[in-house]
Design a protein around this ligand. Structure first.
Ligand SMILES: Cc1cc2nc3c(=O)[nH]c(=O)nc-3n(C[C@H](O)[C@H](O)[C@H](O)COP(=O)(O)O)c2cc1C
Length: 379
């Protein structure tokens, strides 16, 4: 078969794509996935195998949400990027992913009020755009609840310091060898707590109008772009989601405003979570669409949320996305790009080990296609 014929036969998800200066060989992206196996906020050697299992020549991976400072955490054993020890600990992980020929970005994160005093030094209150407290949430095991402490509303004059923390974390990401960063502006965490009118009740220049609510996010984008170059910066947004009681009265306007405003900074990509993912892990039917934002944003547009092989192919074929990020399927199928190419069955993900601290179980022990047939479940 000639190269041209081969190209024609490729499924849309397996076609090459140039993202800025990065030449990708396919469009199946590893979505950022918190795995809570970074003891004491330090990335661990077992992550070398986990990420390199999912790396392919010309693939694109986004590392799990990584804290930008010692006030950024709200879950146990999530990694950070504010100390030298953390930065150095990422190095062998990044090196292993690069050895496989993949492009690797780190997602940088601040949880804001999705935290409690136990995660904060000296038992301080978590910081947020607001002092409104979150109600306790049922954990993934459906039995325990997570308790949140009342947050402390950031004073206007403290906000530049938090923006600076994102800048330093981005600098450290580059020092660790990452190709760039994805700013976590989704899912009810600190940036989203500024973006959404259900949470942001500020009366200063960071609250009220759409422009004001987006100011913090855009200041972070500007600082990070200034530090490492806009061609190494992406952002993840979920305007339609209401995770962690963080919804907005007009998500279309919010998403569109951000997509247009981001063009000013020339960042590499905008990664948006589908409106159908209104709450974590639950896909609902809905008529809303990311298409207006896709059209408005001038860089690479990545979509995520509830995608399988068929609708991922369709999104690319219909030009509704440049790249498709996969969370749970990639977690459970280290060779997801190959399985999609062959239309092979997928391993089922095991929800009960998503966040357990074990260095192997439910982490690096999902089998590859050739390993065992017995293990392979349905789709
Ligand atoms: C175990 C787990 C951890 C996650 N951690 C993150 C995270 O660190 N950052 C983030 O932006 N999204 C996170 N998500 C959301 C995923 O990136 C993705 O958007 C979501 O799972 C929906 O995509 P999917 O249907 O392909 O799984 C997480 C999801 C799961 C299941």
């Amino acid at each position: 078969m000639s190269e041209e014929e081969e190209e024609k036969q490729r499924i849309p998800l397996r076609t090459p794509y140039k993202m800025g200066s990065f030449q990708l060989s396919h469009r199946i992206v590893l979505a950022p996935l918190t795995r809570q196996r970074s003891y004491n906020n330090v990335p661990q050697p077992h992550a070398i195998l986990y990420y390199s299992q999912r790396a392919t020549q010309g693939g694109f991976l986004v590392a799990e949400a990584t804290g930008v400072s010692d006030t950024a955490h709200g879950y146990p054993n999530t990694p950070g990027l504010w100390t030298k020890e953390q930065t150095d600990a990422w190095k062998p992980i990044v090196k292993a992913v690069h050895a496989k020929g993949a492009v690797f970005f780190c997602q940088i994160w601040h949880t804001g009020r999705v935290s409690n005093t136990g995660f904060q030094s000296n038992g301080q209150s978590p910081i947020s755009s607001t002092d409104r407290e979150l109600t306790p949430q049922l954990e993934d095991n459906d039995a325990d609840t997570t308790q949140f402490s009342p947050p402390r509303r950031l004073r206007t004059d403290e906000i530049p310091k938090v923006v600076h923390d994102f800048r330093i974390a981005a600098r450290n990401a580059i020092e660790a060898g990452f190709d760039g960063v994805e700013i976590h502006g989704a899912h009810g965490y600190l940036i989203d707590q500024f973006l959404k009118d259900q949470v942001n009740d500020r009366t200063d220049q960071y609250g009220g109008s759409l422009e004001n609510r987006c100011r913090f996010a855009l200041e972070v984008v500007e600082a990070v772009s200034d530090e490492i170059g806009a061609d190494r910066v992406g952002i993840r947004l979920s305007p339609f989601a209401n995770y962690m009681e963080c919804g907005d009265s007009n998500p279309e306007a919010l998403g569109l405003y951000m997509a247009e405003a981001l063009n000013k900074y020339g960042i590499l990509f905008c990664h948006m979570v589908e409106p159908r993912m209104i709450s974590p892990g639950v896909r609902v039917e809905c008529s809303q669409s990311l298409f207006p934002m896709r059209k408005a944003f001038k860089g690479t547009f990545i979509v995520a949320g509830g995608y399988g092989r068929e609708d991922g192919n369709k999104a690319v074929a219909e030009n509704r996305a440049d790249l498709v990020a996969y969370g749970r399927h990639f977690l459970a199928n280290p060779d997801l790009p190959k399985r999609f190419e062959l239309d092979a069955p997928l391993n089922k993900y095991k929800r009960e080990t998503f966040y357990t601290p074990h260095p192997v179980l439910g982490y690096t022990d999902y089998p590859f296609l050739e390993e065992t047939d017995g293990y392979i479940g349905g789709n």
